[in-house]
Design a protein around this ligand. Structure first.
Ligand code: ATP
Length: 512
């Protein structure tokens, strides 16, 4: 099946099984806004917990906060967002569709990469075990020609983005003969800048209402609380502040489901360090964050770093952790060395001194910052997309199973009496009472056991526990495991330990 079709199936599955619904569904939705259903919210909460505990519980020098979404508007002047949080947009006159100019060009660069990879795959098939990929890439005239074109385009694009040269961006689109995917024409407008912040008014207009913004990132809530936290927590550098919260961006190219939303959630951690040590901390956090991802068991080969060439206005180093989504490797998390740009500017704009007295160095300075920033929703999508599996069973049937990492699964265990009589529901209730304080569970007594298993597979429940007539005699139940579909008889009093071993967040954290 084409990747695009797989993605469509995942989106449909998410709706059908209560993970993600379009916002305002009965009014036909609201573009790029989504609601989480009964299973989606559990998954999301588990992801947030895994992140929060890995930051705040496992580091004695990281604390959390929860700052307000509304903030003083000057904050967004100081942070640079009022002046520089822009996307370069271009319209196609025929289709009337609007695109991000940078995305159009990046897609074009990706096409060259695809072409090169196809050549390599073709050659590998031709030369079989004698194939030397490195040599082939360095000598094949066709690959070299494509690589040279790709690199030239990339260099031109990076230069244009660094200078934010809008005319040059347009010229690249024309020179590369990029067409609108809808109209198929090259009838492009000029490129314009578009600010991504939502604004609203606070207070009544009679009093002279104040224009406020919905925060486009949670980070500024941390920066403006730096002094509060450092003083009240008696924090010593290096230390970090973590936060999970909503962010809002008026994204123009809003597509790809919960990958790019207008209202989304971020998990950000700002780590304050002594100036001059930031590169060391940058690499430490790169490594720590990659470990957090790989620890989930979704395959180390599905992650990669992508270092930025165009740095944001505040950064002196930046990298993305990219994940292999159904539509290719894309940013899942950003790790940025933000220098003292933010704290320095807040000092300037607020007039409050934001400095740290370093007793070891016997000097005061404005700390430097390493930031790790990941979208909860993108992380949900990574997990959902990776977990979605369609399997052909031996009996010819098909099962859709969500192989969600067990500690993140919305429901950990399903409890099912084989039949709705003979005292089996009563014993099943006892099993529920044994498990419900530790694990999210579902009780299901409807339909055949096979159908009930399918329902749990579809939402990714790691364990199904069946109570049958023998259970009444021997106090044992059948435990069926989601991924292998193997079944074993287990004494009811051992159930908790058996389930916990696999689904425990604590065990996941211990492996970090
Ligand atoms: P992109 O280049 O994809 O627009 P970005 O570089 O602007 O992302 P950051 O500002 O670094 O993103 O934000 C940090 C993280 O927040 C991203 O890695 C992503 O996981 C998440 N994120 C950013 N924008 C969105 C969005 N519109 N919808 C969902 N998640 C988002």
């Amino acid at each position: 099946m084409a990747q695009e079709d797989v993605f469509k199936k995942i989106v449909a599955h998410c709706k059908e099984y209560g993970f993600v619904f379009p916002s305002s569904d009965i009014y036909d939705g609201l573009a790029a806004v989504y609601d989480y259903g009964q299973n989606g919210v559990e998954l999301k909460n588990n992801i947030k917990q895994y992140w929060w505990q890995s930051m705040v519980l496992l580091h004695d020098n990281i604390v959390g906060i929860d700052s307000a979404i509304f903030m003083h508007p000057t904050i967004w002047k100081a942070s640079g967002h009022v002046d520089a949080f822009n996307d370069p947009l271009i319209d196609n006159r025929d289709s009337k569709k609007r695109y991000r100019a940078d995305v159009l060009i990046e897609d074009e660069i990706a096409k060259y990469d695809d072409k090169i990879n196809k050549e390599v795959v073709k050659a590998a098939k031709r030369f079989k075990e004698n194939f030397d990929e490195e040599k082939y890439r360095a000598t094949s005239p066709r690959v070299l020609e494509l690589q040279q074109k790709r690199d030239a385009l990339h260099a031109r694009y990076s230069a244009a983005m660094n200078a934010m040269d809008l005319n040059e961006l347009r010229q690249i689109i024309l020179d590369e003969e990029i067409v609108c995917p809808i109209s198929g024409t090259k009838n492009w407008t000029e490129v314009r800048q578009f600010n991504l912040m939502f604004s609203t008014e606070m207070g009544s207009t009679a009093d002279g209402a104040m224009k406020v913004y919905l925060r486009p990132e949670t980070a500024q809530g941390i920066f403006v609380n730096y002094l509060n936290v450092q003083k009240t927590g008696r924090m010593k550098i290096p230390f970090g502040i973590a936060q999970i919260g909503k962010a809002f961006r008026n994204e123009i190219v809003a597509r790809q489901f919960i990958f790019r939303m207008r209202e989304f959630e971020q998990m950000e951690m700002q780590f304050f360090v002594r100036p001059g040590t930031e590169m060391e901390w940058f690499s430490k956090w790169k490594e720590t964050r990659m470990k957090w991802h790989v620890n989930l068991g979704m395959g180390a080969e599905n992650y990669r770093f992508h270092d930025h060439e165009k740095l944001a206005h505040y950064a002196n180093a930046a990298t993305d952790i990219e994940f292999n989504f159904p539509f290719g490797f894309k940013e899942l998390e950003g790790i940025h060395s933000r220098t003292n740009f933010d704290l320095g500017n807040h000092q300037k704009f607020s007039g409050k001194k934001i400095e740290y007295f370093d007793p070891e160095e016997n000097t005061s300075y404005t700390p430097y910052v390493i930031e790790t920033s990941i979208g909860v929703d993108r992380m949900c999508l990574a997990v959902l997309a990776h977990s979605y599996t369609v399997e052909q069973l031996e009996n010819g049937e098909e099962r859709v199973v969500m192989r969600i990492p067990a500690p993140l699964a919305p429901i950990k265990v399903a409890v099912m009496p084989l039949v709705k009589k003979d005292g089996l529901p009563e014993l099943a209730q006892k099993v529920v009472d044994e498990l419900k304080y530790d694990f999210s569970y579902q009780y299901d007594e409807k339909d055949s056991i096979g159908k009930r298993y399918r329902r749990q597979d579809a939402i990714g429940t790691p364990f199904c526990v069946t109570i049958d007539h023998d259970s009444l005699q021997d106090g044992c139940v059948t435990v069926r495991e989601r991924d292998t579909m193997t079944q074993e008889r287990v004494r009811i009093e051992y159930l908790r330990a058996l389930i916990d071993k696999k689904v425990s967040l604590t065990n996941l954290l211990r492996n970090l």
